[in-house]
Design a protein around this ligand. Structure first.
Ligand code: 5AD
Ligand code: SF4
Length: 455
């Protein structure tokens, strides 16, 4: 070790912003830092603080800047602490330039493609480099078998693919996560089996668009499964994962409506362990807006798909993402979105105000006035809440298996868990039941969640 080194970090914290992809990357980053002999601790006490950032909307960027303002004061008191930034936001050159100028106390910047190199970056800082910035603009190395530290003992995410090829005109993801590439089935199934052996009961298969799993495989030539079945695709994978012993539930995220196949619907219907829940982002109910978003489906295509799913999987729960205020959205376009929400009857819908992302095609289009968009957003929120509560109430009085996830932090003596439909249920119970699947009668529907009792 370098004798002149002042810094001698022993603890770290990884703070995650954004989606499940980032959450999953953070689990790996934590595992990697632990193999360096560092111990995870609270952010306030950590010698090394790394923010895994999101840039899907501008408010994600603003949130990070707010946190950096606070960190600056800590760093003034403790100049030896290491502050690192990684993740999606760091894949944008203009953002990195801004961060370096405004927050010069940040020691380390890396991106989405090279977080497995974190130990090397930290060693360079410890050896005396004042600032390390290393961003790759593509995945130059594919690394399997990274260590990881899972957040929950009984459920785990597994990446089945990385990146995105869809180029929706509003979205920054293809630019910060690169082209779509799928892992071979052997690697995924090995992960799932290892998780099962480690006590995991629920698997979440992760990809930006799981329905195009298998279009572009990495290391295809090494796969025996693909030699036997060159058409191996997501329905095959879902079936294989469901059949791993020890696993009780399988979820996946996210599905693009343009290529959700009949075969996939059949597998979800047939495989008992496949959760009867599909997150199917619609974005807008207007065919014209969908076309300008480059979504490759019409309002009618989407409604037909919903119909088909409902016929094949009774009681299925559907959730979605909807955006308001896309450039050029007319009153009629917005009315089409509202009527689609009424018609489909989502269990839950995540609503967003369109946010300009530099470098995307929609950023060049004429933007709508903010006050109009805010009014539309409020209106949509009300419809989504009312319809969601009506639809979710269909389970009142039913007894369903619930995976107990945690002791309820607010109500002593209560547990919180999820049905396979991803509906939250609070019910009396004790900590020994966490991680188990319990039969619960759903008694009182409170909109998006239930109170129930064990039976
Ligand atoms: N502005 C607002 N919402 C966005 N999303 C993606 N890009 C943007 C943007 N520029 C939403 C979409 C997507 C979800 C993850 O985030 O609804 O499905
Ligand atoms: Fe996730 Fe997208 Fe945000 Fe990146 S930009 S963290 S992929 S939501």
């Amino acid at each position: 070790m370098n004798k002149t080194m002042k810094r001698n970090p022993s603890t770290f914290a990884v703070v995650t912003f954004g989606c499940q992809m980032n959450a999953r990357d953070s689990e790996k980053l934590v595992g990697i830092l632990e193999t360096m002999g560092l111990t995870e601790t609270e952010e306030e006490q950590a010698d090394i603080v790394i923010y895994n950032t999101c840039t899907i909307r501008e408010n994600a960027n603003q949130k990070l800047y707010g946190h950096l303002g606070t960190l600056k004061k800590r760093k003034e008191k403790n100049p030896d602490m290491i502050i690192g930034l990684c993740g999606c936001m760091m894949q944008k050159e203009d953002t990195v330039a801004y961060v370096q100028k405004k927050f010069p106390f940040v020691d380390l910047i890396f991106g989405t493609f090279n977080f497995h190199r974190a130990p090397e970056f930290i060693q360079r800082l410890l050896a005396g480099e004042r600032q390390v910035t290393e961003i790759w603009d593509e995945p130059k190395e594919h690394v399997e078998h990274l260590p990881e530290h899972r957040k929950y003992p009984f459920k785990g995410g597994v990446n089945i693919m990385y990146g995105c090829n869809n180029f929706c005109t509003y979205c920054v993801v293809p630019y910060v996560r690169g082209r779509e590439r799928s892992r071979i089935p052997e690697d995924i199934l090995a992960d799932v089996k290892a998780l099962a052996a480690d006590g995991v009961r629920e698997i979440m298969l992760l990809g930006q668009n799981v329905n195009s799993y298998g279009v572009n495989f990495m290391e295809k030539e090494t796969s025996e499964v693909l030699k036997d079945d060159p058409d191996y695709a997501f329905p095959n994978l879902l079936r294989d994962v469901c059949r791993v012993d020890g696993i009780l539930r399988v979820r996946f995220m996210t599905s693009h409506p343009k290529d959700l196949s009949d075969e996939l619907i059949r597998v979800i219907a047939e495989e008992e362990k496949a959760c009867k829940h599909i997150h199917l982002p619609v974005q807008s109910g207007s065919t014209d807006v969908l076309r300008r978003m480059n979504r490759h489906y019409t309002r009618e295509d989407y409604l037909k798909l919903v119909d088909k799913i409902r016929k094949a999987i009774p009681d299925v729960s559907l959730t979605t993402d909807i955006m308001v205020g896309f450039p050029g959205e007319t009153d009629q376009d917005f009315a089409d979105t509202v009527s689609l929400v009424e018609e489909v009857g989502y269990d839950q819908a995540f609503t967003f105000i369109y946010s300009v992302r530099s470098g995307t095609p929609a950023a060049e289009m004429e933007q709508l006035p903010q006050d109009l968009v805010s009014r539309r957003f409020q209106q949509l929120l009300e419809v989504v809440r009312r319809r969601g509560a009506e639809v979710t109430a269909r389970f009142t009085g039913k007894t369903l298996p619930v995976l107990c996830e945690e002791v309820n932090p607010h109500t002593p003596g209560y547990l919180t868990g999820k049905t396979e439909h991803n509906i939250t249920v609070h019910f009396p119970g004790d900590s020994t039941m966490v991680g188990k699947i319990i039969s619960v009668r759903l008694e009182e529907c409170k909109g998006f969640y239930y109170f129930g009792t064990m039976v």
